[in-house]
Ligand binder design. Sequence first.
Ligand SMILES: *Cc1c(COP(=O)(O)O)cnc(C)c1O
Length: 388
Amino acid sequence: MSVTGTPFEIPLSDVRVAEDEIAAAADALRSGWLTMGPRTAAFEEAFAQRLGCRHAIAVANGTAALHLAYLAAGIGPGDEVIVPSYTFVATAAAVVACGAAPVFADVLGAHDPSLDPDDVATRITPRTRAVAVVHFAGYPAPVDRLRALCDEHGLALIEDAAHAPVATLHGRALGTWGLAGCFSLFSNKVLSVGEGGVVVTDDDDAAQRIRLLRSHAMTTGTFDRHLGRALSYDVVDVGFNYRLDEPRAALALARMAKVDADVARRRVLTRRYRDLLAGVDGIGVPYEDAAIDDSSCYVMPVMLDDADRRDALCVTLRERHGVQTSILYPPAHRFTAYVQRQGATSLPRTEDAAAREVTIPLYGHLTAEQQERVVGALADALKRPVTA
Ligand SMILES: *Cc1c(COP(=O)(O)O)cnc(C)c1O
């Protein structure tokens, strides 16, 4: 069975699973042990080693990773967590799941839609317990400055590194700058298995709490009992079923071996896109060229000069050129659920960037010819008059 009947000639992302990766998942199925077990442990060890941190804890998805990281930071009812609005909504939703309130902060601008440490500083109150930062598109947010700010105010720094496996800042892996870093293994992410997530931390107490809460805070696991190591268990907290299973852990481990090569190709393609886009009027690209070597290049965002052209441009790309686009992100503070919870907030730079952003196709095996077609399609769409 081939890919899901996409109408697009050039889709936004295009996941390929290699035969050895399928074989690794099939091995897990043949083993007869399907839930969390030795393959999950092996994946965790490989992930921690690659990132250079003490603990990696595999979980059911990236949202669960955020929820557990926030709980490990002690976040609960009455607390505030400062989060970007320019993100996937999970960054904020996981705060609400803890019974706490997300406080949205603004980004630096369309040239760098990362959380602005100066804006974060103005939003700290006696209730603030943590700051969550997102490495948008895989490019490092200023976690060095945010870490210093958090240390100064006694706040936990949580990194939502869903876009940014094996990305760095000053040579240090993103996800390892604060108390905990959260990754997603969702289908369209850089390291994808369908559904899955990882929390990393150097803090032994946080790691222990995350492991406990991942599996209903039981003092022994089903696999321990399977191995005859334990007969029963106590429950020492109120936890969740946020476990990963073995076929996906096996897939993740097999795909992990290729993530550096994939990111290297994404960087080459990103540079090429930037060269091609430099010749197109009416469009800019965020981030400096120098940041590409630090980035996982998860997606390729571009910023239109004129937000009013965006809808027509996306339709032209789809209808005339078969090119899929996406908008990352509709800002979270504008979503009905968040306006209802906390009223209208104004974040001018987030709103500006979010109104002008278009994400264009990027994946490791995208060809040079496809890139030229995408950029040609953008140039064509921008030449068309805007019709009201
Ligand atoms: C994908 C994503 C998540 C959530 O991960 P899931 O695995 O889909 O739960 C959280 N934050 C960001 C920024 C994401 O892109």
